[in-house]
Design a protein around this ligand. Sequence first.
Ligand code: HEC
Length: 163
Amino acid sequence: MKALLILIPALGLLSACANSSDSNRRLQTQVDSLKKKLDSTYRPGLGEFMMGIQEHHAKLWFAGLDKNWELADFEVHEIGETIGDIKQYCTDRPEVKSIGIIDPAISSISSAIKQKDEEAFKKGFAALTDGCNNCHRDNNHGFNVITIPTGLPVTNQQFKPAK
Ligand code: HEC
């Protein structure tokens, strides 16, 4: 009887252990399947982020030429945000290490915009474009040459300041 009194709680403990290792296994299976899902979740690649930057680069130019400083400021921030996304999401791309190459140009454009200084803006924009190309050249993408835009990137947006 005494033995039984000891055995019953011991069995209870054992089955609790078994239960918890069962639930551990179940949790692990869930974690594994979530990991798999996460790995196969769509994330834009570096080239797609770059196409976004290309669009903002072009819009930035026309906003600056038309002295729409608010839009220019917006576009330069969009470039900065996309660079942040690249740093966060393209960690598998060693080229991203050189992305800081365009930081000085971005900050000189930003201060030109603040001062509404068209000449400084144009200079900063040329430096930014050189930065794009320097990074492309440094990373075996020298065939991809960015230029100062010669035509509007879109025809459904006004670059002059809103009235
Ligand atoms: C890390 C340095 C780096 C900087 C700075 C950089 N790029 Fe890139 N860019 C790359 C790399 C690497 C690729 C190739 C991406 C790929 O493999 O898909 C690329 C690709 C591109 C593409 C090709 C996308 C396509 O399919 O046509 C464009 C456009 C582009 N960049 C524009 C720019 C512009 C505009 C700037 C400057 C505002 C810039 N890039 C700055 C590294 C850089």
